[in-house]
Design a protein around this ligand. Structure first.
Ligand SMILES: Nc1ncnc2c1ncn2[C@@H]1O[C@H](COP(=O)(O)OP(=O)(O)OP(=O)(O)O)[C@@H](O)[C@H]1O
Ligand SMILES: [Mg+2]
Length: 269
């Protein structure tokens, strides 16, 4: 069964796409079978993966509207360790066209079902809004990874995100949980960063990943070369940080599996 994680935060520019692309590449590097879904009409994860979003033949919109099978729309990224379902501005059409469809929130979930044995991890890069696309991601996911920049108002934005997740959990997807909160663009010399980080740990405890992503210029440069950081600047601090985050996510998943197995064993015994 694939682990499907939405990478979401309705606040713009907090590092959703940077996290999606570089986590996909890092998990792939650790031999996981990874699919990255760009679910943002901005198409930044597509560009950041080195795919021309204007030239691309199929995108998420074609899949969501049932015009092509997802297997056909997915592309292998040459020289990289994950597959991609691309996006571009056409994806805004999906929002409009799905609006009156009864299954508008379950579309992605249904589409991903047959891929369950193909990929061990499916990451969904969400747009900076809590719209139909993001809701589709929440319905399809086991959990949400929340990139968070440690600034004023960062925690306020989290409340709206949690409320939306609560609604989806109650009505559509009881399994939905905050998988983890990742502190991005972190500056350890900035007092505000430290304060907000402390508050975050107080409120969310273990749900905050130990790995912190530092502000690193190589991470900002990599998308313009269409390459994940681990290929663009493999010995940069940014590359190490995303490798650490991937390792932490794999480690947590392994522990969860163990606990689940123990519970099942007790139950059966
Ligand atoms: N750790 C980092 N260090 C330096 N720059 C970063 C880092 N993370 C992200 N950036 C840069 O910050 C900008 C915003 O990041 P990104 O596009 O990942 O955010 P986003 O949440 O996906 O934005 P949007 O809400 O528009 O989708 C980008 O220019 C990106 O290159
Ligand atoms: Mg983005």
């Amino acid at each position: 069964m694939s682990k499907i994680y939405a990478v979401a935060n309705q606040k713009g520019g907090v590092g959703k796409t940077t996290t999606s692309v570089n986590l996909a590449a890092s998990l792939g590097y650790f031999d996981e079978r990874v699919l990255l879904i760009d679910l943002d009409p901005q198409g930044n994860a597509t560009t950041g993966s080195g795919v021309d979003k204007v030239e691309v033949e199929w995108t998420g919109v074609d899949v969501l509207l049932g015009e092509v099978a997802i297997e056909q729309a997915i592309q292998k990224i040459s020289g990289s360790s994950y597959d991609l379902l691309a996006a571009n501005g056409d994806l805004t059409a999906a929002e409009v066209e799905l609006f009156n469809e009864e299954d508008r929130l379950q579309r992605l979930s249904t589409i991903l079902e047959p891929l369950s044995d193909t990929y061990s991890y499916i990451l969904i890069d969400c747009p900076p809004t809590l719209n139909i696309l993001t809701l589709n991601a929440f319905v399809a996911s086991n959990g949400v990874i929340v990139p968070l920049q440690c600034e004023y108002y960062a925690l306020e934005g989290l409340t709206a995100l949690m409320q939306t997740m609560d609604r989806v959990r109650e009505t559509q997807n009881p399994a939905l949980e905050v998988k983890g909160i990742v502190r991005t663009m972190y500056d350890a010399r900035n007092r505000l960063s430290i304060e907000v980080s402390d508050q975050l740990l107080t409120h969310f405890g273990e749900r905050v990943y130990e790995t912190v992503i530092p502000r690193n210029v190589k991470l900002a440069e990599a998308p313009s070369y269409g390459r994940p950081i681990m290929y663009y600047a493999p010995s940069s601090r940014g590359a190490y940080a995303y490798a650490d985050l991937a390792a932490e996510i794999l480690d947590r998943a392994e522990k969860e599996e163990k606990v689940k197995a123990e519970i099942t064993e007790q139950h059966d015994g």
